[in-house]
Design a protein around this ligand. Structure first.
Ligand code: FAD
Length: 311
């Protein structure tokens, strides 16, 4: 009998919920509610994959054989706010939008800049999620995790190599994070949060199934000239970080459809999916965008979305 039989509440052939709404199942999925259970699961399958809110995730249509762990329940959903010091603790399974609302209500500034996208705290930390208005690492003081041997770790901000959409923490299981926020005015913070959300609503196809931006914005290493609908062309110097959405747009991919997946006509870096769609169509659209951008502009674009495939 397999050792995973010991793990509580294991589900077999469980669908993996993602914001793309496509993709296969987990042969084994466990909704973990405590650190001891988490350690047990990791010891049972050190290659276990961690599911957050599934907002940056594409799962292969064939599903995956590894154990999938979702961190849930009061322990992983815990939020503690110390308004007088600005310190905030959130469990890895806490939902970021709810955390933002709570900190704004308590007059704490910082996280409102991250409004308008779905995430768990764990997923947002690993991805160093953010955008035009800020990224989560700016507000993190400590991260709590367990390693693949089941050891508990506490990492200070300085020990983590945060950079654009990168934390270097993917090999760990994040169990919680501590934030240091600043005192602010609740009414002003609410207004700022609405401004951030309004910007996203105006520029992104938020009503469609997607994982937000599919590609990271690349930093170019050679001079780049792109066609520009207003000025004829636009020049970029080496070292500039270029919008992947603009590159995809200028490569003529906006609206490109393959089967059930399409480059959004509204935003070149969003790939949207039809109901009952296929992950392979998303991958085909991503491959085609990558190819056209490379061939037309000599620029390599790398996925921001995490793809879970059978290894
Ligand atoms: C409409 C829409 C808009 C979006 N806009 C933005 C945006 O503006 N900025 C932005 O940065 N992102 C954006 N995204 C992408 C997504 O919201 C973020 O990447 C988010 O941080 C993903 O968090 P998650 O909990 O859903 O992680 P998941 O998608 O579930 O997982 C992502 C990765 O994190 C890992 N992971 C998750 N939890 C843990 C954990 N506890 N420990 C270790 N690893 C873990 C997973 O294994 C996976 O590798 C958007 C997505 C959508 C659908």
């Amino acid at each position: 009998m397999s050792a995973v039989a010991d793990i509580p509440a294991i589900q077999r052939n469980a669908p993996i919920p993602t914001w793309f709404g496509v993709g296969g199942s987990a042969e084994q999925l466990c909704r973990v509610r405590s650190i001891p259970d988490l350690k047990h699961c990791i010891q049972t399958d050190p290659l276990a994959r961690i599911l957050g809110d599934g907002a940056n995730l594409l799962v292969d249509d064939d599903g995956i054989p590894e154990l999938v762990l979702a961190l849930e329940g009061p322990e992983f959903g815990k939020v503690q706010i110390f308004a007088c010091t600005g310190k905030v603790y959130a469990g890895a399974g806490a939902k970021l939008p709810a955390l933002i609302n709570k900190t704004v209500d308590q007059g704490l500034a910082g996280l409102e800049t991250l409004a308008g996208f779905p995430a768990t705290v764990g997923g947002a930390v690993v991805m160093n999620a953010g955008g035009k208005f800020g990224e989560i690492s700016q507000f993190i003081s400590r991260v709590f995790a367990i390693d693949r041997d089941g050891h508990e770790l506490t990492l200070s901000h300085e020990q983590i190599s945060f950079s654009y959409r990168h934390s270097g923490l993917n090999h760990l299981v994040i169990t919680g994070a501590e934030f240091q926020l600043q005192a602010g005015d609740t009414a002003q913070l609410k207004a700022r949060k609405l401004e951030v959300m309004d910007y996203k609503k105006r520029t992104q196809p938020l009503a469609d199934n997607s994982a937000g931006c599919c590609f990271k914005n690349p930093t170019i290493t050679a001079p780049l000239r792109l066609p520009d609908p207003d000025k004829g062309h636009a020049d970029f110097a080496p070292g500039a970080r270029i919008s992947a959405g603009m590159l995809i747009d200028r490569a003529g991919c906006k609206g490109l459809r393959i089967g059930s997946a399409q480059v959004s006509p509204q935003h070149g870096n969003f790939i949207t999916t039809d109901k009952q769609g296929k992950a392979r169509d998303v991958i085909a659209v991503m491959d085609e965008c990558t190819r056209r951008v490379r061939e037309q502009f000599g620029v390599k674009i790398d996925p921001e979305v995490v793809i879970w495939r059978r290894t």
